[in-house]
Design a protein around this ligand. Structure first.
Ligand code: SAH
Length: 269
């Protein structure tokens, strides 16, 4: 078939455009794959945080939902880039029941086993921001629950210790976190006791609500470190920061009202 010069030029331009389009699409896919393959791990035998390759977010749809959630939290006032990046990287849908999958990236708490909840993403981000984490800091989380908050702390480069009072939740969160490539140090026990054998901690994060500040945990803080804890009765709690300023001196500040599940004494099978 004979083509005139104009036709040839048009075909040439179309080919160039298609090539450009394909290249851009390929670059996008490569970029997304790189982003989703990077996550962090804290192995108990290796106390320093390190990043390993893991399947953190597998599909582009999940990745874009997590990015959208991070943007939404930024609009709501979260500004710590480390926190926002972690929210955009952790696949929250993996931590909720499959029949709640469609709500996984909504900014709301969701039920998990044993009548507990996975906290609202805003609350997770807010508490994480109050920690002002530096890379490699040693953090104790009380209330592993689904494991989502622990994954966020891992993504932020912390050396994570987390304790849960329900054995069932301890086991299921461990399995989930490990399957996603996160290896925080997880314990089944009563958070009121803390982990004296691993203390002192740079930061302590409590994700259930005690009526009073747990005294034993204050002793497990480094001097200069602090605890983020929602304190109050079952109706409402004040987000509180207790900073250890000396061997026996502490400073307290309040950071708004929240609602958490209660922090209960003892352990349950
Ligand atoms: N951080 C969790 C939130 C879970 S809700 C997440 O990201 O999913 C609070 C959790 O604290 C529950 O799992 C509850 O069982 C746990 N909890 C309550 N009291 C506790 C205690 N004394 N010690 C350890 N865990 C406790």
């Amino acid at each position: 078939m004979l083509l005139c010069k104009t036709h040839k030029i048009i075909i040439f331009v179309i080919i160039v455009k298609i090539k450009k389009h394909i290249m851009r699409y390929l670059l996008y896919i490569i970029l997304m794959c790189c982003l989703s393959l990077t996550t962090c791990s804290n192995k108990s035998e290796n106390r320093t945080s390190k990043r390993i390759k893991a399947m953190s977010i597998v599909s582009l749809k999940d990745k874009s939902e997590a990015i959208k959630l991070a943007k939404q939290l930024e609009r709501k006032g979260i500004s710590d880039k480390l926190v926002l990046e972690a929210i955009a990287s952790v696949p929250r849908h993996e931590f909720v029941d499959s029949n709640l999958r469609e709500y996984a990236y909504h900014d709301r708490p969701l039920p998990i086993e044993r009548n507990q909840t996975i906290s609202q993403p805003y609350t997770v981000a807010y508490q994480s921001e109050l920690l002002k984490l530096k890379h490699g800091e040693k953090v104790l989380e009380v209330g592993t629950g689904s494991g989502y908050q622990a994954a966020i702390l891992c993504e932020m480069g912390a050396e994570v210790y987390s304790i849960e009072r329900y054995e069932e939740l301890h086991n299921s969160s461990k399995e989930k976190l490990n399957s996603l490539g996160y290896y925080p140090n997880l314990f089944y026990g009563d958070g009121y006791e803390g982990l004296p054998e691993y203390a002192p901690f740079d930061k302590i994060l409590i994700t259930a609500a005690p009526e009073k500040i747990p005294e034993k945990l204050l002793q497990q803080l480094k001097i200069g470190g602090w605890m983020v804890v929602p304190v109050g009765d079952r109706r409402v709690q004040k987000m509180t920061i207790i900073r250890r300023t000396g061997e026996d001196t502490f400073e307290e500040s309040l950071h708004g009202d929240f609602i958490f599940v209660p922090m209960e004494k003892g352990t349950e099978k």
